[in-house]
Design a protein around this ligand. Structure first.
Ligand SMILES: [Fe+2]
Length: 214
């Protein structure tokens, strides 16, 4: 699904990422790597493989779109309480000849120095380009911004028939990404005035009709 937003062209990808065509930049947010291991320490048997599957999806996106740069808009890790050497090694294997920029999220800040081990070219608070701000939380932004943080989902149906799908939210001032990680939960978003909702079912991205209210 291609979209023009703030005079640039954006492809909303079913794998819950965004491709900025003019800048050949892949943008994603909220991987929350290591969350499974955190749950395991509490006795909750979430398999670690869930994070490797996320990295496999990321690798496929790199092959398909050949970005020059990758922006990760925060909550790259779930917490820095633990080291994750094997996950870090699998992530570094994706690096290749491209630039990786992490804009820190609220989960990343605890123990920021540990993030250096993951092989980013830059770790920043935000990126500013073409009149846009790329950062974790829209509250940090004074210009139109591309953000993560919220983990937006759209709800269909109710009760046992309820289905929640990750979504992009596109308004004049913000372009909100769904969380990239599979083990991140979701927040049922209520679009603001004139905002559009695009859901991903993993295969495609479709706009929810009339999600934009005048
Ligand atoms: Fe997050």
């Amino acid at each position: 699904m291609d979209l023009t937003w703030n005079a640039q062209t954006w492809r909303l990808l079913p794998d819950r990422a965004l491709f900025w065509q003019e800048r050949k930049t892949l943008i994603l947010s909220d991987l929350h790597l290591g969350k499974a291991q955190e749950f395991q320490t509490l006795g909750i048997p979430v398999p670690s493989s869930i994070h490797y599957e996320d990295l496999t999806r990321l690798e496929a996106l790199l092959k398909m779109h050949t970005p020059r740069r990758i922006f990760i808009l925060g909550d790259f890790v779930h917490s820095n309480r633990f080291e994750h050497p094997e996950l870090a090694s699998a992530f570094r294997d994706l690096h290749g000849d491209r630039q990786w920029i992490l804009a820190l999220g609220n989960h990343d800040h605890r123990g920021k120095e540990k993030l250096q081990a993951w092989g980013f070219d830059q770790i920043v608070t935000e990126v500013r380009e073409d009149g846009l701000v790329f950062c974790h939380d829209e509250a940090q932004s004074d210009q139109p911004s591309v953000n993560g943080h919220v983990h937006p989902v759209h709800k269909f149906g109710r009760g046992r028939e309820r289905l929640r799908l990750p979504c992009f939210v596109v308004g004049e001032r913000r372009l909100l990404l769904p969380s990239f990680g599979a083990f991140t939960g979701g927040f049922e978003i209520r679009p603001r005035r004139r905002e559009r909702i695009f859901v991903s079912n993993g295969q495609g991205v479709v706009e929810i009709p009339h999600s934009a209210t005048d």
